[in-house]
Structures are given as structure tokens and as C-alpha cells.
Write a protein that binds this ligand. Structure first.
Ligand SMILES: [Zn+2]
Length: 641
């Protein structure tokens, strides 16, 4: 009997001693971090609402109870009963029965009504039919990403169970190391922005945190091949943790599977879906630009198949000596500050990922409250001493002004924007401004991936700011569904129509005008003097957006029908820059995050910022708060214990 089998047998005996005699346990298994209990008495298990909770806290594990296949009721019968139990208002769209595991996946418009107060409706379902219900939300806006990911995972269900079982055994293996130490090695994003990647090593475990590319510098990838990372073989990495879906953190995650990695990826559910969307787009852009991407869509599918989604606040065993907890980072949908508890009270490290400290329209500000933290690995994008941003209120006022002036001139407002994050933030500003008559009602056209990214946001309202979530949940006034928002899905013809029409606002990718439908909008509107090109995001050196900000007004563009033909647009539009809509904390926000952190860490590694920003921020934390700070270079290793 292997060690894990023995452990499972012991656990089974312990469970049997804890529960009433008339409830049987037929099997216990690990599936990823979860302990799955199979029973012939699922109804009795469900009767006592506290039973599973008590077991979970006693065993210190996440627990799922499933029926033994013998006792399952007929799906047809079960379906009828489930439909009786769930209130009609829940909007059940689909019931999907899996006889191999006794699970029924319930897709509904309002999952809360399927779950019931503290899970009461779910328990009622199990009590009545014996099946284990699992609930997913029908996106209020149809999302091809969400449905593709769900269909793919359904189709790969069996293989996924094998993966989870294998991962579960690795997580719960016996600890072999007789020493205890903790090290972090920097593989990228040190004294630079881009290619975020770190290795967290203990004597027992190796964890890779993020694996991004460096936008505009395709050759510069994280130092994955050093012995501390994948150099000694990808199979030596126990787990990959992804803080959020931006490509400078996620682009090269699929590449790991090409290198032979076969383990889990931990991230939030929205991060998984956005990673799918953004990495597939990354491949698409590479091939359009004639570059050979480092992996293909098969590896993106592998990454999705190996993802174990966690919710904020779930304390999860990811190795025999490491527990991981995600907390809201306030940066983009699903972004997470990642907290690692190592050993039994040995050491605690938090990786900030990218954060926004103050509340925005979309998200609550980043969480900085932890049971314990000795070391913080901290982003410093705007850590420079002069990196202060305009207050968002002022920025919103300016945007409203620009729109009103353009409207009075009978013009159109064209806004280049990133699909994920800033677009939805601006949508919320526009929706409110129209609702409160600060700007006239007019169509807001959304072009490029913006619509799809918005659909993913509406699928996961739990990850949005409290009051926004409540509007989506309770009042049936989902602001993303406001009438003025129009998805440009008719291509060039529809753009032409909009260009020929009256005043409107257009949000289009790419955010830095490096390609995408914004180029087509430039051709349509570039010569209109009374229209306004309005920048709401950072424009990097070398991008067309930056050049226009610097005064370029003769823009070379390709003919969309014949790419070999180039012509020039004389830009006559008004140019406006409205900053303050960043997804990142500014210098003050970064300082506040550390200053008010509870508990205050002993050491801070300042990363993810250019040389000047990290040095400034590191020395400020040292002088003002008397902390031990570092501004590491790439490929440095720190020993903490
Ligand atoms: Zn980011």
C-alpha cells in the first residue's frame, strides 16, 4: 500500500468515526486539493447542514460529498424533482447529469437562487435526489470564450479527473525533506516591466508564479531554463500560480506544457477564461505579424485543462508544505494577491501581482490584510517619486467635458482602449454620465475584443465591486446591458454606417493603436476636424498612440482590402489625453498598500517597474517606514529561512 493510499485509508476511518453509524463511506479520494467522499447515503449526509463543515474543519481539507453510483436516482426522475425545487425565477437553462461522479451541473441565470441561503437549496436537492449539484451562471451577455471553455472542460471531463487525481496525490504526498528553507528566485520583471515570473522554492516544493512576455520585445522571455526553475526538468515544478490574465504575466503559461510541464495551474475562474481569450489572441496577432509564436492553440487548451480555479479567500493545500490563498487585487477581473503559507507556521510570503489600492468603478481596492506575512514581493510600476496620477473623479470630469464639447460640434469621440479592464471602467463612467444627464444619450459602439471581454465580466459579478455586483444581482439593472452599448459585429459595413451617422462614442482596440479595428476607425474619422481622438490609457514608447500624442499627423495605413497598398491619412481630429484611469496603483497607492498592510512585512522585494521606479520606491519604503527593502535584478535568489 502506497503512502497516499494508507493516508486515505486512515482518513476514511477517521471520517467513519466522526459521522453517525447509519451513514456509510464507500470511498475517499483526492481530486486536486479536495477530498472527495463517496457514500451510499448522500441524502442523510445532506440532512445535517453542519456535518460536512465540521468534517472539513476537523480534517483541515476542502470536502466534497458524492453519491455512490449504485444509489443514484434516474436522471429523468431527478430532473423533474430538481425543477420542482428550484424557484422559476432562477432561470435554469440546463441540467447536465454525470453518472460517473453523481454530479449534476445546473446552469442558471441566477445561481444564488439555486444555492439558497447558506446552501439550503443545494442541500434540499441532494436530500431529494441524491445527486451532488454544482452551479454555473448563464452569462447575461453571451460569451463565446465562456461557452468554449465550459464545453471543452465537459468534453475533457474524464482526462481532467485523472489529472486532478494525480495532482491530489502529489499535494498529499509524504514530506521527504528533513531540512526547512524558503527561497525566491527572480526570473523576470525585475528593474523592468514585462515577463513577470518567479520561483518559490522550499526544501520540498517548487512553485512558479506567473510566466509572462515582454510586450514589444518578443525575444526577452523569463529565465525559465535556470536550474532553480525548469532547468532541472519541468516535472520538478509542483505547481504554477497565475496572479492575473494580462499577457505580461500569462502569455507564456501555455509554453510550459510544450516544455513538458504536466501539473496544475492555480488561478481564479475569470483569470482562466481571460487567459484563454488573451493567449489565443496573442497567437493570432503573432501570425498576422508574420512571427512564429512559441506555442500553438493545443497548449492553450492544455493550460485550461490543467487549471484548478480557486475563489478569493479559499485556503488551499497546493503542496505538502504550502497553502495558497488568493485575495482581491483590484487590478483587473479575477486579479489576485497571492499569499503562501509555508510549513507549519514556518514562513509567509505574499506576491502582490499588479494591484490597484483604491476602489475603482469596477473593483474594490486591493486586500492587504493577512494572518501573517514576513516577505512581500511588490509591484512598483508607478513607484517613481513623481508617479502621481490624476484623481479618477477629475479624469471623469474631463472626459465628460471632452464628450460634451465634441457632441456640440456634431462630432464623434474615438477612444482607443484595452479590451480587458479599462474599456469596462469607461463603459461604467459613460453609463452613469448618461443616466444622470451629464452627457446626452448617444450610442456607444464597442469594437474589437471589448464586447467579449465585457461578456466575461458579466459572467463573474462576484469579482466586481460590491455595489456594482448588487446592481447586477438584485435590481435587474445590469449597467453593462444598457441600451446605448452596441457591439460592432458587422465589420467594415457597420463601421461605415456609424462613420456616416451622428454623434456617438466609439471604444476600440488596440489600446495603444498598434493594430486592430482602431486603425480602420482612423481611416473613417481621421480627417474629421470636429471629432476627437481621446486617449484614456498609457501609450508606450514606439507605439502609434505615443507618436500621435507627440504631434504626428501624417499616418501611414494599409488598405484593408489590399494589404500591400499603403496610403497616408492626414489627421485632423482633435487630440485629447485624459489620464487617471489606470488599473495600477500610483505611487501614493503603492505606499498606502504597504503602510496600512496588516501585519507590516519585515522585507519587501520591489519588482515590476523600470529601474528608477523600483529604486525610488524601495528607498522610500526603507527611509519612511524603516523596512528592509530590496530592488532585485533578474536571476537573483533570496533565502528567507
Ligand atoms: Zn496587469
Amino acid at each position: 500500500m502506497s503512502q497516499v493510499e494508507k493516508q486515505l485509508a486512515d482518513t476514511k476511518a477517521q471520517i467513519e468515526s466522526e459521522i453517525p453509524d447509519d451513514i456509510s463511506v464507500t470511498d475517499v479520494k483526492y481530486e486536486g486539493p479536495e477530498l472527495v467522499i463517496y457514500t451510499r447515503h448522500p441524502k442523510e449526509f445532506a440532512q445535517d447542514g453542519d456535518l460536512v463543515r465540521q468534517l472539513a474543519s476537523k480534517l483541515r481539507k476542502r470536502i466534497t460529498v458524492r453519491p455512490h453510483p449504485d444509489v443514484l436516482s434516474e436522471p429523468r426522475e431527478a430532473r423533474e424533482k430538481i425543477e420542482e425545487i428550484i424557484p422559476d425565477d432562477a432561470g435554469v437553462a440546463d441540467l447536465d447529469f454525470h453518472e460517473d461522479t453523481g454530479e449534476v451541473v445546473i446552469e442558471a441565470e441566477k445561481p444564488g437562487m439555486v444555492i439558497g441561503r447558506r446552501g439550503s437549496t443545494l442541500r434540499e436537492i441532494t436530500q431529494e435526489v441524491g445527486w451532488t449539484p454544482e452551479v454555473v451562471r448563464t452569462p447575461p451577455i453571451e460569451s463565446s470564450t465562456v461557452s468554449n471553455v465550459r464545453n471543452f472542460l465537459k468534453q475533457e471531463r474524464e482526462e481532467r479527473r485523472d489529472i486532478l487525481e494525480r495532482v491530489g496525490r502529489t499535494i498529499h504526498r509524504e514530506e521527504m525533506a528533513d531540512e526547512q528553507w524558503v527561497r525566491i528566485t527572480t526570473l523576470g520583471c525585475c528593474r523592468e516591466v514585462g515577463r513577470a515570473s518567479f520561483i518559490l522554492n522550499t526544501a520540498e516544493t517548487r512553485i512558479l508564479i506567473d510566466c509572462g512576455d515582454k510586450p514589444g520585445a518578443e525575444g526577452e522571455v523569463p529565465y525559465l531554463q535556470v536550474p532553480e526553475a525548469l532547468g532541472a526538468g519541468a516535472q520538478n515544478v509542483d505547481a504554477v500560480v497565475l496572479t492575473h490574465a494580462h499577457l505580461d504575466h500569462s502569455a507564456l503559461i501555455p509554453l510550459l506544457f510544450k516544455y513538458g510541464y504536466d501539473g496544475p495551474i492555480y488561478c481564479t475562474e475569470p483569470t482562466r477564461d481571460l487567459m484563454g481569450l488573451l493567449t489565443l489572441d496573442y497567437l493570432d496577432v503573432a501570425s498576422k505579424e508574420g512571427r512564429t509564436p512559441p506555442y500553438d492553440s493545443a497548449q492553450v487548451r492544455e493550460a485550461i485543462k490543467h487549471t484548478i480555479p480557486l475563489e478569493y479567500g479559499d485556503v488551499t493545500d497546493i503542496a505538502p508544505d504550502v497553502k495558497l490563498t488568493f485575495h482581491n487585487a483590484g487590478h483587473i477581473l479575477g486579479s489576485a494577491v497571492s499569499h503562501f503559507h509555508i510549513g507549519d507556521g514556518l514562513y509567509n510570503v505574499a506576491f502582490s501581482g499588479d494591484i490597484h489600492y483604491d476602489d475603482t468603478r469596477l473593483f474594490n481596492g486591493a486586500v492587504n490584510d493577512f494572518p501573517r506575512v514576513e516577505t512581500l514581493v511588490m509591484e512598483s510600476t508607478y513607484g517613481g517619486r513623481n508617479d502621481y496620477q490624476t484623481d479618477q473623479e477629475d479624469s471623469e470630469r474631463k472626459l465628460v467635458e471632452v464628450i460634451n464639447e465634441t457632441y456640440e460640434d456634431d462630432g464623434k469621440v474615438l477612444i482607443p482602449a484595452f479590451a480587458v479592464g479599462r474599456s469596462q471602467e469607461i463603459m461604467m463612467v459613460l453609463e452613469e454620465a448618461m443616466r444622470t444627464d451629464k452627457i446626452p444619450e448617444m450610442p456607444v459602439h464597442l469594437d474589437g475584443m471589448i464586447w467579449e471581454a465585457t461578456a466575461i465580466h458579466t459572467t463573474y459579478p462576484e469579482y466586481l465591486r460590491d455595489d456594482l455586483r448588487d446592481r447586477i444581482f438584485h435590481e435587474d439593472e445590469n449597467p453593462f446591458l444598457a441600451d446605448q452599448f452596441n457591439h460592432i459585429d458587422g465589420g467594415e459595413d457597420e463601421r461605415q454606417e456609424v462613420a456616416d451617422g451622428g454623434p456617438c462614442i466609439i471604444l476600440s482596440t488596440s489600446g495603444m493603436m498598434t493594430g486592430g479595428p482602431i486603425m480602420s476607425w482612423l481611416r473613417h474619422l481621421g480627417s474629421e476636424e470636429h471629432s476627437t481622438l481621446t486617449f484614456v490609457g498609457y501609450q508606450a514608447q514606439g507605439t502609434l498612440g505615443r507618436r500621435i500624442q507627440n504631434g504626428w499627423d501624417e499616418i501611414p495605413v494599409q488598405d484593408p482590402r489590399d494589404r500591400s497598398r499603403e496610403s497616408t491619412i492626414s489627421l485632423r481630429m482633435g487630440i485629447e489625453v485624459v489620464d487617471g484611469f489606470s488599473g495600477h496603483a500610483d505611487r501614493q497607492g503603492l505606499e498606502n498598500f504597504v503602510k496600512t498592510m496588516n501585519p507590516r512585512p519585515e522585507k519587501v522585494l520591489c519588482v515590476h517597474g523600470d529601474e528608477r521606479s523600483v529604486q525610488d520606491f524601495s528607498s522610500a519604503l526603507y527611509h519612511d517606514y524603516n523596512m528592509r527593502t530590496f530592488a532585485p535584478k533578474n536571476l537573483e535568489t533570496f533565502r528567507f529561512k
